[in-house]
Design a protein around this ligand. Structure first.
Ligand code: 3EB
Length: 330
């Protein structure tokens, strides 16, 4: 019996959301903790072990030592591999990851298509069929002109590989350029056995409605996803995009201010209280190493107490210098 509670915290179908946190720690002991669903390390020099729940993300971290990112659920966790795919599941939640060498799949477009097709085929035979959040990392993301830019090829392949699986709406996502091994595509996701609620940003045109100038295939993502759990928002990569246009080209400080306005607009749109706090782990993807101290200073001033990982990553539009994503827990 729960006492002193005005209303039930969770409806009968509500899940308890995975807790996402950053921690400087030891991989082996973290993997042994009950309920560890996923463990991410950052950068080529980071520790890693051969466990389906472990992913070494190809983005370098500007913090030393680089923390680990841990996803924890309140349930026993199973894990395994299936072809190139690694997965773990527990408590109604599923982590799945795939890493492909684009050269083995005929380039960035077919690699993205293959990655998404493999993830889709795996998810389709699971009970956790609702993909809520996806991260995509590819190298040289801005290489190539116009429709031949690698990011745009990735968008084409992603949409092809998704097929009709996301006909009812896209998951929240990030797509970032890494500076790790050439041709390596990394895609990982969080899915659940219950659907989330997609959230759009009234300040921005929905990405899947971007006009033709941004590529043949508009980016397939929602601005945020409200999890099927009490007041948890998974926030997509958010940058200084207003309407469909990039704002404040090449002005880092103005882009950070605009990005924060977009993040606050998303919280309002999701009916969540304003502001981020110690329970809101965020990531900032910073294009130029030289900008990292200024981005860190922005977080200290404007988002004090918010856990943030500063990562070296390229944003999918050349003029954008920074992008922020993460989680907002009530
Ligand atoms: C934007 O607002 C910035 O292609 O999955 C942000 C988040 C961006 C996800 C994606 C792209 C993606 O359009 C770019």
């Amino acid at each position: 019996m729960v006492q002193g509670c005005e209303k039930p915290q969770f409806g009968p179908l509500m899940r308890r959301a995975p807790r996402v946190s950053y921690r400087v720690g030891d991989i082996a002991s973290t993997l042994k903790e009950a309920g560890t669903l996923a463990l991410l390390s950052f950068g080529a020099g980071s520790q890693t072990v051969n466990d389906p729940r472990m992913l070494q993300v190809a983005l370098e971290c500007f913090d030393a030592p680089a923390p680990l990112e841990i996803w924890q659920v309140d349930a026993p966790v199973n894990c395994g591999t299936e072809g190139a795919l690694r997965w773990s599941a527990g408590g109604g939640w599923l982590f799945a990851a795939i890493e492909l060498d684009e050269r083995e799949h005929g380039g960035p477009e077919s690699a993205a298509s293959s990655a998404y097709a493999q993830l889709r085929q795996f998810i389709q035979q699971r009970s956790e069929q609702h993909v809520l959040r996806i991260w995509n990392y590819l190298d040289a993301i801005n290489q190539g002109a116009g429709d031949a830019e690698r990011y745009k090829q990735f968008c084409d392949g992603r949409a092809a590989g998704m097929g009709a699986f996301f006909a009812e709406g896209f998951p929240a996502a990030s797509a970032i350029g890494h500076h790790g091994p050439a041709h390596r595509l990394q895609v990982y996701l969080l899915a659940c056995d219950q659907p989330g609620a997609r959230v759009e940003n009234p300040r921005q045109v929905s990405a899947w409605r971007y006009p033709r100038q941004y590529g043949r295939t508009p980016p397939s993502f929602a601005r945020a996803m409200s999890l099927p759990a009490q007041d948890v928002l998974a926030i997509s990569g958010t940058a200084a995009v207003v309407g469909h246009a990039s704002a404040h080209n090449d002005d880092l400080d103005a882009q950070l201010d605009e990005t924060l306005l977009n993040l606050e607009a998303l919280l309002a749109s999701a009916d969540m209280p304003a502001g981020f706090d110690t329970h809101s782990p965020l990531k900032a993807y910073v294009r130029h190493t030289i900008d990292a101290p200024r981005v860190r200073d922005f977080f200290r001033r404007r988002l004090p107490g918010v856990p943030v990982l500063l990562l070296h990553g390229d944003i999918c539009r050349r003029e954008l210098l920074v992008e922020i994503d993460g989680w907002r827990y009530s």
